[in-house]
Design a protein around this ligand. Structure first.
Ligand code: FRU
Length: 490
């Protein structure tokens, strides 16, 4: 914790570079969450891609373990997923953990193909399958397999991207070794740049509009309640990242639709999972207990400037894990994201009623802002404010019905590309009370609306003395009520 910017409640490696989360899996026997990740064991820039490994009991405190799957003379190890093979379909052993990853091949013509590795000790040590690659189309770009068991057809399904074609391909297999093409999805949505890191997530039942874990009586945007009849309808969320085309650069686009074991049929337009700059390559946990809502986390960064971020000897961190729900209001499906509960980390709450300043509020904070804006124009919350005019501004433009964040004056700027500018997201209603939740760590700000429809994630690199916080009202009009609750997290 003596290193400047080292996050307290987000995963970051002890040393060296990370990018995408890989192979997220919950181990029911030990009740541990396993996080694997793209890792360079030798330096803090991208390269020598291998899978690092960490575990957590609460999704907030992580223990880093030895490197799990290392690059070798055949391939470096790109992104992928893990399944637990309870039926020994692949023949590696009953209950073997099987990692399905992209090998970035070291043959003269290059290329990417899908390979397997297996573990019989709950992910600690791995053996690469001698028959790798198991799915090779002879393509230069073909990657990021997300594998899951599809019970109705009794087979494994893989979602994998053809980045240049802006397509997700679905493959099926009985044994994880032999794969047959099922269907393609795309090109559609944002096709400006390559696609990466698909995930297909099942929601057996549609969600209620909730503010878990901080029960909220007043959802942001208020008014619309979820369509109760949607409760029984199962839907899937398809997510794929694009390298460009998101308002902030790269980002995660999603569709809600149906999946029949062969084909994904979208029922929505493409939408962004997060409107901030730093939520990429999100992956959901496999093998969560039945009845648990899906949980995902993302690499909290973007390739445009990741290599210039001013941290050492580590570089890169993961977002907070988020619980997911799908909610239908009228005929519109929306994704709700609620960050994992931080209750166990909270000190005693402090309150700020109305506008004002909190001196030395801290650098690891959770904020809950309940606001009844009345006829106010704009309400702002400045965090990590410091002596030289530093601050990261979160604002609500009540007239336009927008939440935005601006880190132009937040501190160190890693590079000109994709750094400055407002990242904004519309919120449902135009009037009424609202709730914002903000989680500040030592190099990040994550903003959520109380009902989970708004998510904005940004990394920042403020000075160590930038610890103040301010609530302000701008323009004309008056609030009916503004109450900020503040917890230090440790
Ligand atoms: C996304 C990505 C993946 C690839 C990995 C390589 O950030 O480019 O498509 O598998 O990173 O590190």
């Amino acid at each position: 914790m003596s290193e400047q910017f080292r996050p307290r409640i987000h995963f970051a490696p002890q040393r060296n570079w990370i990018n995408d989360p890989n192979g997220l899996v919950f181990d029911a026997a030990t009740e541990l969450y396993h996080l694997f990740f793209q890792h360079n064991p030798f330096g803090n820039v991208w390269g020598h891609m291998s899978w690092g490994h960490a575990t957590s009991a609460d999704l907030l405190h992580w223990t880093e373990l030895p490197l799990a799957i290392a690059e070798d003379e055949h391939a470096s190890i790109f992104s992928g997923s893990i399944v637990i093979d309870h039926g020994n379909t692949a023949g590696f052993g009953l209950g073997a953990w099987v990692a399905c990853y992209t090998g970035c091949l070291r043959r003269p013509e290059g290329g990417q193909a899908q390979g397997l590795a297996w573990s019989l000790d709950r992910g600690l040590t791995w053996t690469k399958y001698a028959g790798n690659p198991v799915l090779d189309l002879g393509l230069r770009e073909f990657r990021d397999p997300k594998v899951f068991w599809y019970e109705p057809t009794g087979r494994w399904v893989m979602a994998v991207v053809l980045p240049d074609e802006r397509r997700v391909a679905f493959y099926g297999s009985a044994n994880l070794r032999d794969w047959a093409l099922l269907s393609h999805f795309g090109p559609t949505g944002c096709t400006m740049a390559i696609w990466e890191c698909p995930d297909l997530i099942h929601f057996p039942a549609a969600g209620e509009a909730t503010d878990r874990p901080l029960a909220s009586p007043t959802p942001l945007g208020g008014g619309a309640s979820p369509d109760a009849s949607a409760g029984a309808i199962d839907r899937w969320l398809l997510k794929v990242d694009t390298f460009e085309g998101h308002p902030a650069g790269s980002g995660a686009q999603c569709w809600v639709g149906r999946f029949d074991g062969t084909r994904f049929q979208d029922e929505t337009e493409a939408f962004w999972a997060d409107h901030g700059s730093d939520f990429y390559a999100a992956l959901s946990f496999a093998h969560l207990p039945a009845g648990r809502a899906p949980v995902w986390l993302a690499w909290m960064n973007q390739h445009a400037y990741a290599k210039d971020t001013p941290t050492a000897p580590w570089r890169g961190a993961m977002s907070l894990p988020r619980e997911l729900a799908l909610c239908k209001t009228g005929d519109r499906w929306r994704l709700q994201q609620s960050p994992v509960s931080t209750e166990v980390l909270r000190g005693s709450p402090r309150h700020l009623i109305g506008a004002g300043l909190v001196d030395k509020a801290g650098d690891v904070l959770e904020l809950r802002w309940e606001l009844d804006p009345g006829d106010a124009d704009t309400s702002t919350l400045d965090v990590r404010c410091g002596p030289v005019g530093e601050s990261t501004r979160i604002a609500i433009d009540h007239r336009r019905g927008l939440v935005w964040i601006d880190r132009s004056r937040s501190g160190l700027v890693p590079s000109a590309a994709h750094w400055e500018g407002r990242r904004e997201q519309a919120w449902g209603g135009a009037t009424g009370p609202l709730v914002l939740r903000v989680i500040v760590d030592r190099c990040s700000v994550e903003v959520f609306s109380g009902d989970g429809y708004v998510a904005l994630t940004e990394v920042i690199y403020p000075g160590e003395r930038s610890l103040d916080l301010a609530v302000l009202k701008q323009g004309r009009g008056d609030w009916r009520r503004s109450e900020l609750t503040l917890w230090t997290l440790s």
